[in-house]
Write a protein that binds this ligand. Structure first.
Ligand code: C5P
Length: 208
């Protein structure tokens, strides 16, 4: 039997991470937050004082990535967000991270969340979800999350940075953020985490 892979894609702060983690728990599958890979590459560049848009340096860091890089506690926050999005637009960086993601899913099946799981990483995944919400609601959630972590931020600034990252992720030439043709859309604008999870679990159960 082929391993069950569930692809969960969508823009920032739509609730896909929470949803994907809960699905993985409920189905006893491993979980991978693929955004962490791009964040860790971005962080390695920032640490070394390099520009995250430097394709050669970014590719070298992507190839040198280790599991320990994914456990760093400085992978979230505005600087890491933008660095991740910058390195993610570099084709050779994406190529370097592709096998990593495929190996993870192929072994025992997995729930993976990201931007291109259903379109590029696992185009044959039997279940593809695209989780979205209005930009205003996503900015509000990210702002609350930052406040919860003690980070002072202006809501308008958070929304502006999120829209800029959305535009960069959707507008890039390689693996842009977009729903796979066969993905099921879940709009979480007016769904709480429990309702989004129940909706997703019912969709998954109907397909497996
Ligand atoms: O999901 P998260 O917000 O942590 O992702 C950080 C950045 O990594 C995204 O803005 C996007 O540019 C990039 N990314 C990607 N493809 C993925 C996951 C994340 O391009 N599969």
């Amino acid at each position: 039997m082929t391993a069950l892979v569930i692809a969960v894609d969508g823009p920032a702060a739509a609730g896909k991470g929470t949803l994907a983690r809960r699905l993985a728990d409920a189905l006893s599958l491993p979980y991978l937050d693929t955004g962490l890979l791009y964040r860790a590459v971005g962080r390695r560049l920032l640490d070394g004082g390099a520009d995250p848009r430097d394709a050669e340096a970014a590719t070298a860091q992507a190839r040198a990535l280790t599991p320990a890089d994914l456990a760093r506690n400085d992978l979230r926050g505005p600087a890491a967000d933008m660095a991740a999005s910058a390195v993610a637009a570099i084709p050779a960086v994406r190529a370097a991270l592709l096998d990593w993601q495929r190996d993870f899913g192929r072994q025992h099946g997995a729930v993976l969340d990201g931007r291109d799981i259903g379109t590029v990483v696992f185009p044959d995944a039997p279940v593809k979800l695209f989780v979205s919400a209005s930009p205003e609601e996503r900015a509000r959630r990210r702002w609350l999350e930052l406040r919860g972590r003690g980070v002072a931020a202006e809501l308008a600034q958070v929304e502006a940075e999120m829209r800029a990252r959305d535009a960069q992720d959707s507008g890039r030439s390689v693996a842009p953020l977009k729903p796979a043709a066969d993905a099921t859309l879940i709009d979480t604008t007016s769904l709480d985490a429990d309702a989004a999870f129940e909706t997703a679990l019912a969709l998954v159960r109907a397909r497996i």
